[in-house]
Design a protein around this ligand. Structure first.
Ligand code: HEC
Length: 163
């Protein structure tokens, strides 16, 4: 019995060593996986603020106007949410840039639009859409993109959609 215990004690350091080696290779494996995820992150495409404005905010701003003009309140509410989604993406993906902080200035105008949609109030909708559009420009000016002027649309550039 004593001999057996002695042999077991003798074998103990070896089994610890093998265990350490195993966890060493697990660490290397994890490191490789983290490196490959980091590489993927570094090369992933994040649309810039200009792209978010162009592809989300601007088209839905136009559609919002024509939906409201046609008293299509369900569509107007949908478009309002899409515009909002664009601003939320600016906040989410450009956290450390000045535009992320500035986004808050558009919320009162967006809230006012929401209320006029809920009330199906055509006149309030028009006034609040002008307020919204002015606030687009206030932000552009504040961030030194004042040459980028937004206006209430006069022509519908989405001719294939029924408003
Ligand atoms: C938080 C501030 C902010 C608000 C609010 C804002 N924008 Fe912008 N917008 C910017 C910035 C900054 C740029 C320039 C980004 C760049 O090019 O890097 C920009 C660029 C644009 C562009 C790009 C123009 C081009 O020629 O590529 C359009 C269009 C635009 N905005 C539309 C709008 C509309 C419509 C609204 C209101 C519904 C709005 N923006 C509200 C900050 C804002």
């Amino acid at each position: 019995m004593k001999r057996l215990i002695f042999l077991l004690l003798l074998a103990l350091p070896f089994s610890i060593m093998v265990g350490c080696q195993q966890s060493g290779s697990e660490t290397a494996d994890l490191k490789a996986r983290i490196d490959s995820l980091q590489n993927r992150l570094n090369s992933s495409y994040t649309p810039g603020t200009g792209a978010l404005m162009n592809t989300i905010v601007q088209p839905h701003h136009i559609k919002l106007w024509f939906a409201g003009q046609n008293k299509n309140w369900a569509l107007a509410e949908y478009e309002r949410q899409e515009v909002m989604g664009g601003f939320e993406k600016v906040q989410k993906y450009h956290k450390n840039k000045p535009e992320a902080t500035a986004v808050a200035m558009i919320f009162p105008a967006m809230d006012a639009i929401e209320k006029s949609i809920q009330a199906k109030d055509e006149k309030a909708f028009k006034n609040n859409f002008v307020l919204l559009t002015n606030t687009c420009n206030t932000c552009h000016q504040a961030l030194k993109f004042g040459f980028n002027v937004i206006k209430v649309p006069t022509k519908n550039s989405f001719d294939d959609q029924s408003f």
